[in-house]
Write a protein that binds this ligand. Structure first.
Ligand SMILES: N[C@H](CCC[C@H](N)C(=O)O)C(=O)O
Length: 324
């Protein structure tokens, strides 16, 4: 039997699959196919999810493991901020360590256990890196810029200003008012730029953010390879950096930023150190279910005999959100 976990960061839900528990690791194409099947909200498993986080061994210094991010559509992403918090908790409890690194596609990232956000709501901090602005980091094309910082892009919108930041997965950020948070603009733009298009050939995560107060934002994200999610960790992180760059009067890098999202809240910390930006993302790492399944059923994508054990943590997370 092998154990899968169902987890979330700000209700951005994932399955964690630890390859080191398997007698023979699952080939990545099989995991990509499994993701397309079990993440579906209707026909999927346990009400679906936003992707699968694959944990594997790492040979890198100070790394307790490696994380590979598989989106709901089976595409691979270089980073997942909410997911990295849950993988960090998993590895922290597996190896009984609180501060370590996790190997990701583009970087070995510092992670650490933080004080619980409230009763039985564990929290972790994760480094978000590398950070890039150049067009080849996304890539984006045919937009008459090689960096996009608070720019009008008439090809995409007749009124919005955009900032493009790769952390390292690609994010397009726009600060908006309630109207664009509540209409179909984000859905239309997210759908257009994640289908075949001349501007973002590899797709892009799109974040609409409302400035609530000094060091306080609300962020709604249409995710590449998923669609709307309750929260996007790299989205909230890149948006926080865009906040510092575009609204330095409202963003104090000496204090954390509170970022609300449809799934709850996280804290981010963004700062410029020796001409380099640094971002940290702090938020919950909740395990909602522990699932026991035979390796053969997993490979056959057969979840009928899976043993599902709810941890009971979800009600504590909901109590935390209700007190926000
Ligand atoms: N959909 C993203 C990956 C997941 C990121 C998100 N779930 C997060 O928490 O950062 C992409 O394709 O770049």
């Amino acid at each position: 039997m092998v154990q899968l976990l169902k987890v979330h960061g700000s209700e951005n839900h994932f399955f964690i699959l630890d390859q080191t528990l398997l007698n023979s690791p699952m080939p990545l194409p099989n995991i990509q196919q499994l993701a397309r099947k079990i993440t579906n909200e209707q026909s999927g498993f346990l009400h679906g999810a936003d992707g699968i986080l694959v944990v594997d061994k790492s040979n890198h210094k100070d790394c307790l493991g490696k994380m590979i991010v598989v989106n709901a559509d089976g595409s691979i992403a270089s980073m997942c901020g909410n997911g990295l918090r849950t993988v960090s908790r998993y590895l922290s409890e597996k190896y009984n360590k609180n501060n370590f690194k996790v190997e990701t596609l583009n970087a070995d990232l510092e992670v650490g256990k933080k004080d619980d956000l409230s009763e039985k709501v564990p929290a972790f901090s994760v480094e978000i890196s590398p950070i890039r602005f150049e067009d080849d980091a996304f890539p984006f094309k045919n937009l008459k810029h090689d960096e996009i910082i608070n720019q009008k892009l008439p090809e995409l919108s007749n009124h919005l200003l955009f900032t493009a930041i790769a952390v390292p997965n690609p994010h397009l950020i726009s600060f908006v008012e309630d109207e664009d948070l509540n209409n179909d603009t984000l859905k239309e733009l997210g759908t257009k730029l994640n289908a075949k298009n001349p501007y973002f050939p590899d797709g892009v995560n799109i974040n609409f953010a409302k400035i609530i107060d000094k060091n306080a934002l609300f962020v709604k994200t249409f995710e590449r390879g998923v669609g709307f999610t309750n929260a996007c960790g790299t989205g909230m992180s890149s948006t926080s950096l865009a906040f510092l760059i575009n609204h330095p009067d409202l963003c104090d890098e000496n204090n954390d930023i509170t970022v609300y999202n449809p799934g709850g809240m996280v804290k981010t910390n963004v700062k410029k150190v020796n001409d380099n930006y640094q971002i940290n993302l702090i938020g919950n790492a909740t395990i909602t279910h522990k699932i026991e399944i035979s390796e053969q059923d997993l490979i056959n994508e057969n979840f009928e005999n899976a043993q599902i054990n709810a941890t009971g943590e979800e009600k504590y997370y909901q109590a935390f959100v209700n007190n926000l």
